[in-house]
Write a protein that binds this ligand. Structure first.
Ligand code: SF4
Length: 401
């Protein structure tokens, strides 16, 4: 069977970036060097030559959501947690070039030695979700919970997709980091620190409200009523003390701007169009999308599920478009669809392109370390406490359907 994947047209949002319309959200748009022209026909050859000349001194990590033009040069591919661990497994590499986004490069810096330099080819490659929880807001929220008498029975849990400062906050306050693969076991662990899921203890989950809600309701069996949202712009996050008292999960008001675009109507529409289709989505999607799906799991889970699928079966996937397109191309024997009918690239992930990669590699070859990501020592120490707690959890829970 010929695969039926259709490429959506480019997103206008991509075109807006870099035009200085919102300088605060365009960290590092100015590249501190001579960026090769995107039209340079020698870009692939230049990247290959620079990588070969650097040899074992450089280790290139490529997140699953990266462009094809970049991913072809990755030594390993994976999700954010796997890549950070892969980086830690290469202590001999002088340079770690992280083709992903800012918080991932921070995690790699935390898990690698000070002698290794972690390089982000474009400093504008941030994550809108991670940026929705800044440390000042979180400190303020915690102070309010302390004053209202809740903090002593609340454990903070942060998704890997958060800044190093938020991970450090969790390390300092008895909390833990989680991934989309192990959120269930991490949240259970957190509840166990305050008397268990049935107690009056609480988990404060950052920064993705959808992953927190989906984990609480679908995996821990809590009610939707047990989940409240904390809006950092409002006193007590927009909640009454009574609502906080009866809540089990306090969900930071953050979301992924990519996965947040999928709607239950998209699921209904594709089911009507392709009867019998399997719906496979990421847990960063909204709760009604996840409950309407057949299979839910991390990026790695999505990849392995499609790999294991029967030839001739039909699938619609709700995650970032670069990955879905690659999966469709890799499985021409399966009928692969994208869940949204408009584009769903992660625009910040797409900041890393071949010109930036060439520039980073050639700079390293010339003896300069461009765009080095460093996390200060104290933040590293506290963040590592939260990361180590995650690594000590009983076992990474397999992604679930
Ligand atoms: S896909 Fe979502 S969570 Fe991942 S980097 Fe992009 S905005 Fe952040």
């Amino acid at each position: 069977m010929t695969q039926t994947f259709d490429e959506p047209s480019p997103s206008p949002a991509l075109l807006l970036l870099g035009e200085r319309r919102d300088p605060l959200s365009e960290r590092g748009v100015d590249c501190p060097g001579d960026l090769p022209a995107a039209s340079d026909p020698d870009l692939v050859a230049r990247a290959r030559a620079a990588k070969e000349a650097l040899g074992d001194r450089v280790f290139i990590l490529g997140h699953h959501y990266q462009r094809d033009e970049v991913i072809q040069f990755a030594d390993v591919t994976g999700d954010s947690f796997k890549l950070a661990r892969d980086a830690a497994g290469r202590p001999d590499a002088e340079f770690i070039v992280f083709c992903g986004v800012h918080f991932m490069a921070e995690s790699a810096d935390i898990l690698t030695s000070d002698a290794q330099a972690v390089v982000l080819p474009d400093m504008a490659a941030g994550c809108s979700m991670a940026d929705m929880a800044n440390i000042n807001q979180v400190d303020d929220a915690w102070a309010q919970l302390e004053e209202a008498g809740f903090a002593s029975r609340t454990v903070p849990v942060t998704y890997m997709n958060s800044t190093a400062a938020i991970k450090a906050f969790c390390g300092e306050h008895g909390g833990v980091v989680c991934t989309s693969s192990n959120a269930e076991v991490a949240v259970r662990w957190a509840f166990d620190q305050v008397g268990g899921v049935e107690s009056d203890g609480k988990v404060f989950f950052f920064p993705d409200q959808h992953l927190g809600r989906n984990t609480a309701v679908l995996q821990l069996g809590l009610d939707l009523d047990h989940c409240i949202v904390w809006d950092p712009r409002k006193p007590l996050g927009g909640n009454t003390p009574e609502a906080i008292e009866s809540a089990r999960m306090i969900l930071w008001k953050g979301h992924c701007s990519v996965h947040g675009r999928f709607r239950k109507e998209n699921v209904d529409a594709i089911r009507e169009k392709v009867p019998g289709i399997n719906v496979l989505v990421h847990p960063e999607c909204a709760h009604d999308v996840v409950t309407a799906a057949d299979y839910v799991g991390s990026t790695e889970y999505i990849i392995t599920t499609l790999e294991a699928a029967e030839p001739g079966s039909s699938w619609v996937i709700g995650t970032e478009l670069n990955l879905v397109r690659r999966l469709a191309n890799a499985h021409p024997d399966k009928d692969v669809h994208f869940l949204e009918d408009t584009v769903c690239f992660c625009s910040t992930m797409n900041r890393i392109d071949l010109p930036h990669l060439v520039w980073a590699l050639e700079s390293l070859l010339a003896g300069e370390v461009p765009n080095r990501i460093t996390v200060d020592t104290e933040t590293q120490r506290l963040a590592k406490i939260a990361l180590d707690r995650m690594l000590a959890l009983p076992a990474l829970h397999p992604a679930k359907d």
